[in-house]
Unconditional design. Sequence first.
Length: 650
Amino acid sequence: MEQKFAGFWNRILRVDLTSRTTQVVELDPLLYRYYMGGRNLALHFLLKEVAPDTKPLSPQNKLILMTSVVTGAPISGQARHTAAAISPLTGGLADSQCGGWWGAELKFATWDGIIIEGKADKLVYLWIEDEHVQILPADDLHGRLTHEVMEILRNRHGAKARTLQCGIAGENLVRYANITADCRNFHGRGGLGAVMGSKNLRAVAVRGTHRRLKIADPEKLNQIATWFSRSVKIHPAVSLHHELGTSKGIVPVSVAGMLPTYNFQDGSFEGAEKIGGETMKRELNGSTETCYACAVSCKRSVEGEKGAFKVTRNYGGPEYESIGLLGSNLGVDDIYAVAACNERCNALGLDTISTGLTLSWAVECFERGLISEADTGGLRLKWNDPHTYLDLIDAIASRRGFGDLLAEGSWAAASKIGRGSEKYSMTSKGQEFANHEPRGKWGVALGYAVSPTGADHLQAAHDPWFTNPGDPSAEFNWVDLTDLNPTGILEPVPAEDLSAAKVRLFIYLQYIWGVHDVLDWCIFTAVPEFRAISLNQLAEVVGAVTGWKTSLFEVLKAGERGVTMARAFNVRRGFSADDDRLPDRMFEPLRGGTLKGHCIDRQQFERGKQLYYAMMGWDERGVPGEAKLEELGVGWVWQLLAERSAAGRQ
């Protein structure tokens, strides 16, 4: 099949599982220029096609899988894709990017994305081989671990087939079930696996043979790709990231006092070195794997056995988030135990972040007498008890006993238990915090609160990196404020601050990371995460792939467009400024660690929120204004908001 447009096929696959039919959708090519793909193109369809009162686990919810105009190009960083739907965990937007090989494979099969709607009457899977699409029975996949399903589908369709699937947790509608790509990469947050399971769709397997995508300026793209591949070998941040991956952050973050410990009571963990990246590499034979076309190669792969804890390479290995929230935040100081819990989550299709935080909520509530053995089915919960945690992970995925309550997530579980247990649920909009302590970086706190998907550490690059310009050293992850100069950010701002200057910095960083969500671009290959591909080079990559005469301004506007469309989606779902909240614990002093006694100033936080809304062009309730939506080229969204407002007044 001939590719008409450089960078994309202009073909979306629509799958109706109820009728078991498929359809090819061709879009106005201008939509690719406005949206560029990823989150933005997914939101375009969600806003236009999904009614605001749709139940997350109903057939009317749509699961959208989307690539971008640079996905599949031969350069490091673009090997991600987007999944989006209404979240069963928050009731708002679930929007997640996943690395690996699946997104590029979909592009090589001549598709830019898939819209999945309806519900099959029996368990099925989707098989895509170039233009040929089949909806096939999946009876033999029911109740199987994710690696087993992947192997069955590869044996059936070829070893080079790429698989995207929900696990047993998704089949059982656990509200934070994830979607896994080839058992190594994950759409972790928001319960997208439950959406997939609610449609009786166990997997989407794909194989593409059109592997040379049309590139408008291959010489320019190759120039940037070659420069990057050579640079990573001498870049200190990237070389360490290659060696240890995200696990490198455990020890230094603990030393800085911002490693969540004992359900965010403390910020430093005395056993941090025992579960850090160096220990994992040494004890678990740590090695690296890569995503499509990426020179960084930072994915973990581990194996080992100690007592009851056995870890294989079937599921890669734990990342920073999983190590912290299944480790320090539960008081676990054994890397074998942490890796075993991580592997069990991956085998069953559970988000490790929400699993870890839901378990730590339960342990603290038990410790405080708010949950008893009558609630747990006789279990006595305590810190540093990984054997019990493994049992509970199984119970959550199968919705068995006490696990059925935990499968709802900590906020919903607390709402059912009551007794003041809500205070110890570390969530925003019903989604659990990530492995980052906001009391040492207030921009992260603002991001947790205003994120459209619930608490999310990937709303903006983190505060400590931009406090000391001209010092791109190890202490600041080799990041430097001067890398943001093209946006007009010139002066540092303290990490524990929510002044107008900090809110402005946060917003510009949110646009930048919004660009990553739009382009499905990996943050570990570009500014500001590392001093690698610059902001201007990112715009050059888009231009080289597509042939567009683009600029950093246009690319950042695409990021802003996504942030505002996501907000509008949640407003239609009934969210307001009242939902942009943090747990009371964030305004209380840290109990222990390097930052003992630190807390967020509530007055600064509330003023920071209002400054954020105003700078974004939203009203005091956080509703995007008509003028802002028109300025972003999506004025049609205002009509949807107006219709929702009118319906609410009736």
